[in-house]
Design a protein around this ligand. Structure first.
Ligand SMILES: Cc1cc2nc3c(=O)[nH]c(=O)nc-3n(C[C@H](O)[C@H](O)[C@H](O)COP(=O)(O)O)c2cc1C
Length: 186
């Protein structure tokens, strides 16, 4: 199964880097698949560790793609790294091996420590809409403007009916960034 998570890595100087990543998860085994070039990739190769953060605050996903980076981090517990404050849960992982590729290497990781911080509060359609819109933004150069607008119109239905304050802020960051990129494309 692929889970949409926030992967936090750090470079050799200890500077953290926060990025949304869809990771493959099977028990204690994870595969992180960054497209080159990627700071996440460089950091994991350098330090051999990462944290996988499970959050329902979709502003973190939207913020990473739109330069809103004000997320409070905490020290990880068993590895040298950071976790998101207010995450529902996190898992600290170590790199076991790499299946290298010029486009999208596979980073095989093993869980070393898991912590549940807060209960899962249930599915929310607006959160789904924000995640899908964020993915559209991250692929904007490869998708036609007509398809982006059609997909946004559909995603807006569930968003509009169910969004709370966090989802509204995240949606606004993403849709403004998409509008700006589409204007630049013209
Ligand atoms: C829900 C979601 C899932 C994503 N999954 C991936 C992924 O699996 N691999 C990837 O390279 N980028 C993914 N992205 C896009 C990255 O987060 C974004 O391009 C980021 O800048 C990654 O590059 P970095 O490691 O240099 O930060 C995803 C974005 C979103 C919103």
């Amino acid at each position: 199964m692929i889970q949409e998570t926030i992967v936090i890595t750090e470079n050799a100087a200890g500077e953290p880097h926060v990025a949304p990543m869809g990771i493959h998860a099977a028990g204690d085994e994870f595969i992180i698949l960054p497209f080159r070039p990627s700071t996440t990739l460089d950091n994991i190769i350098e330090t051999k560790v990462a944290t996988i953060n499970y959050t329902d605050d979709v502003r973190v996903f939207a913020g990473c793609l739109t330069n809103h980076h004000d997320w409070v981090l905490e020290k990880a517990q068993k590895i040298s790294g950071h976790t998101l404050q207010n995450t529902l849960a996190h898992c600290e992982v170590k790199l076991t091996h790499i299946d290298d590729d010029t486009v999208r290497p596979k980073l095989y990781c093993q869980a070393v420590h898991r912590v549940n911080h807060q209960p899962f509060a249930g599915f929310n359609r607006a959160q789904f809409s924000v995640l899908e819109a964020a993915i559209l933004l991250s692929r904007i150069d490869r998708i036609s403007p007509a398809k982006i607008n059609t997909e946004l119109e559909y995603l807006y239905i569930g968003f509009h009916k169910t969004a709370g304050v966090k989802e509204k802020q995240a949606w606004s960051w993403i849709t403004h960034a998409i509008e700006q990129k589409l204007r630049e494309k013209k």
